[in-house]
Design a protein around this ligand. Structure first.
Ligand code: NDP
Length: 290
């Protein structure tokens, strides 16, 4: 069976992993990157380096973009917009849902179809089982290119709205960045008390492994807008986060993160949620200005 040839624009660590995986699976790949030197190894393996963005667009119907953000997308594609007609852009660059919607409309204005993508895994996991990418955009366009895109990762189609894949991706990254930052905060506290990261690691792992239970329970609260205080009361949580804040203050480490957490709990108390579960904080997050 002949495999679909593809263009990849953007050869950061992610783009390079993608090209490499396409080559491993026997796809012909045309590449372009602002810093041409990053294509060297891939060209040695059989990729074709296009002399210009226009030539890269002209080489194939399916164009995979792996750029830092949508500013980079426009910086590259705007001057080459005449070459976009008839192309399918699988835009796997990170940015906001609104910018993805804007880009889909912009691409349509130039006769191209746009699939938004949000890659859920780091470069070493591209091409590995269990990895996945969110996609959204026209279903028929996704269906037509699903097999080729699945060479990179599984494809999790989230719907027609161009913004959806970006929303899911940014939702996931919200959890990633805040969780990792809370981990570093904990390690800073440990170090201030003479406890190295390796000593805290099993306890941090134990706490994060309990999270699926909490996520499931509180998803029910949030979807039903019912926050029973039968297991936990916000008033208890508000006292606890003050203890956390003061522990970090006393250790002389940054209090920016624990103070932000305490502030959100306080806003919940001010709204009269003391006897509800701390899942009632969703009301503060949804309508911060009330
Ligand atoms: P990088 O930021 O390292 O590289 C992205 C590419 O964007 C490079 O080819 C770079 O070109 C190009 N670029 C940036 N700005 C411009 C510009 N103004 N004009 C032209 N080209 C530009 O990103 P990654 O490869 O790590 O990731 C690519 C995308 O995948 C990002 O949106 C990222 O958020 C997402 N992603 C990354 C993950 C990761 O772990 N790396 C995980 C999941 C998603 P040049 O080489 O010339 O600098």
């Amino acid at each position: 069976m002949s495999r679909q040839s593809v263009t990849v624009i953007g050869l950061g660590p992610m783009g390079r992993a993608m090209v490499s995986t396409f080559l491993d699976h026997g796809h012909e790949v045309t590449v372009w990157n602002r810093t041409a030197g990053k294509a060297e190894e891939l060209v040695a393996r059989g990729a074709v380096l296009a002399p210009s963005v226009e030539a890269a667009l002209g080489a194939n119907e399916l164009i995979v973009l792996s750029l830092t953000d949508y500013d980079a997308v426009y910086a590259l594609l705007e001057p080459a917009a005449d070459a976009l007609s008839g192309k399918v852009i699988a835009n796997l660059s990170s940015d906001t849902p609104d910018r993805a919607r804007e880009a889909a409309a912009w691409a349509a204005g130039h006769g191209a179809k746009h699939l938004t993508g949000g890659v859920q895994v780091p470069p070493p996991l591209i091409g590995r089982p269990g990895s996945s990418t969110y996609y959204s955009g026209p279903k028929d366009v996704f269906d037509a290119h699903e097999d080729t895109l699945k060479v990179l990762t599984d494809a999790d189609y989230r719907g027609e709205d161009a913004g959806l894949a970006a929303m899911y991706y940014q939702a996931q990254m919200t959890i990633f960045w805040t969780t990792m930052l809370s981990y570093y905060q904990t390690l800073a506290l440990g170090q201030a008390n003479g406890v190295p990261a390796k000593e805290l690691l099993p306890y941090a792992t134990m706490m994060t492994s309990m999270m699926p239970h909490f996520l499931e329970l509180y998803a029910e609260h949030v979807d039903s807008a019912d926050y029973p205080g039968d297991v936990d009361r916000l008033a208890m949580g508000a006292a606890s986060v003050e203890h956390v804040l003061h522990t970090h203050q006393d250790a002389g480490v940054s209090t920016v993160l624990p103070a932000a957490v305490a502030e959100i709990f306080k806003a919940g108390m001010d709204r009269g949620f003391a006897e509800n579960s701390f899942s009632s904080l969703i009301e503060v997050l949804k309508r911060p200005a009330v």
